[in-house]
Design a protein around this ligand. Structure first.
Ligand code: EPU
Length: 419
């Protein structure tokens, strides 16, 4: 069977300028939200990635007219006539369950198969269920389907037990269709939550406080289609910054939002990396061996769990020892075994990786066990001596737009091959 792979000849310093694509996690929330408009929306700066393609298929299945040129998408929701996306599409990504509150708002019912997404630990949806039911929906998840219906959605107060990104987004998406005011306490503050709120507001909604832990939504307002440009991808930006630092590179990343990167920039500075920020540009330069550090993942503005994996790959060759504590997902260290195959010395005890920096990694055949693990494998391949073969790259292409091409433009020797 043909299997697509990346082949990387490591040890080359990345140099040059590269532009960041639009944000995956913003895109996958904003595209379903466009169905709530009474007319077509045009969304710009979308990443050309597998998750977005799957959403396009799902929207078309539901009856929407969708045109996508790889960056700009026009979504006409006026012909949507189904409330039950199929499992074969929904299970290919995490964000498919954002369709549940959206279709509930349109039809007062929805049947959305439980979402898929990366296997990085328990990914409960109890807080989403709580948000939707507090606003007046009956929700059950029997048979692996989120089955939700309501006679009337009414604004209310929702306290989230943890600042879940998915539950915050699902509750906001329910609240815009609920009559009256909803207040969400302990909301996630991630940039993509803010971007979704801005998009909904551009459609005529009133979502206030996004980016803080208390979000207020005055619901029940008619929403219209909108023209909107989504934010750059925070995690792609971070992955490129880490790759630049790891190779002793000199890279200017454009089209980024430097303030979204503060947690990573602070850590890279601590490790001895030079960073300069200017408007939408981040300049990363490093040479010589970087210092090991300690970090703990947290919700925004803390260190993002989605950068934990590529950062661990970089720390594996830094001097001294490093500690990486994963606080968001309970099984996000499976990829460490792949790094060990390249010579990394990492011990995982409960939710902490203890990394003893080695002088170098050595290329071999490794597997991308999930999306950000794939990013870690790419960083390891760029550092590693000799040739690294990365298999299972479908995971990577779900979330990174032509990462091989972008890295090649910076001088990396990375090829995408199909055997
Ligand atoms: N949680 C619960 N109950 C819930 C919801 C979440 O206990 O109802 C727990 C989860 O089990 C998990 C933690 O809270 O341990 C965080 O989950 P969250 O809901 O915040 O994550 P998510 O919405 O499933 C999004 C991103 C992830 C990113 C996390 C954390 C999207 C589509 N996915 O996932 O992105 O890691 O937030 O920031 O936005 C990725 O891009 O590679 C990725 C995995």
């Amino acid at each position: 069977m043909a299997e697509d792979r990346y082949i990387i000849h490591g040890g080359i310093r990345l140099e040059g300028q590269v532009a960041v694509s639009g944000g995956k996690n913003a895109a996958v929330a904003i595209i379903p939200a466009a169905l709530l408009g009474s007319s077509a929306s045009v969304i710009e700066n979308l990443p050309d990635i597998e998750d977005v393609h799957v959403l396009v298929e799902m929207l078309r299945y539901l009856g929407a007219k969708v045109e996508f040129d790889g960056s700009v998408m026009r979504i006409d929701p006026t012909t949507v006539d189904k409330y039950n996306p199929p499992a074969y599409l929904a299970q290919r990504m995490r964000a498919s369950y954002y369709l549940a509150p959206v279709l509930l708002g349109i039809f007062m019912r929805a049947e959305v198969p439980m979402p898929g997404g990366c296997n990085i630990g328990t990914r409960q949806i109890d807080q989403t269920v709580k948000g939707m039911s507090t606003l007046g929906a009956q929700v059950d998840t029997l048979g692996g389907v989120i089955n939700v219906k309501s006679d009337k959605l009414i604004g209310s107060e929702v306290y989230l037990d943890c600042p879940s990104v998915g539950a915050t987004i699902n509750t906001v998406l329910t609240a815009v269709s609920a009559v009256g005011t909803t207040t969400i306490y302990n909301a996630a503050k991630e940039p993509h939550v803010v971007d979704l709120a801005n998009f909904l507001n551009s459609m005529g909604a009133r979502v206030m406080g996004a980016g803080t832990s208390i979000i207020r939504v005055r619901g029940g307002r008619p929403l219209r289609g909108s023209n909107y440009t989504i934010i750059p991808d925070q995690i792609e930006t971070g992955t490129l910054m880490i790759a630049a630092a790891a190779t002793g590179g000199d890279v200017i990343i454009t089209g980024a939002i430097p303030t979204h990167m503060e947690a990573l920039s602070a850590k890279l500075l601590e490790m001895g990396v030079y960073i300069r920020e200017e408007d939408d540009l981040i300049h990363v330069r490093s040479n010589g061996r970087l210092r090991g550090i300690s970090l703990k993942t947290q919700g925004y503005p803390g260190f993002p769990t989605d950068l934990q994996q590529p950062m661990t790959a970089l720390l594996s060759i830094c001097s001294g020892s490093s500690l990486v504590t994963e606080n968001i997902f309970n099984s996000r260290f499976k990829y460490v075994a792949e790094l060990e195959r390249m010579g990394a010395r990492i011990r995982v005890i409960e939710n902490t990786a203890i990394i003893e920096g080695v002088d170098h990694l050595v290329g071999t055949s490794i597997c991308a066990t999930d999306l950000r693990a794939g990013a870690a494998m790419i960083v390891a391949g760029l550092i590693g001596e000799g040739t690294t073969e990365i298999t299972n790259i479908g995971h990577i292409e779900r979330g990174y737009e032509r990462i091989d091409k972008k890295l090649r433009s910076l001088g990396a020797m990375i090829e995408r091959v199909t055997k």
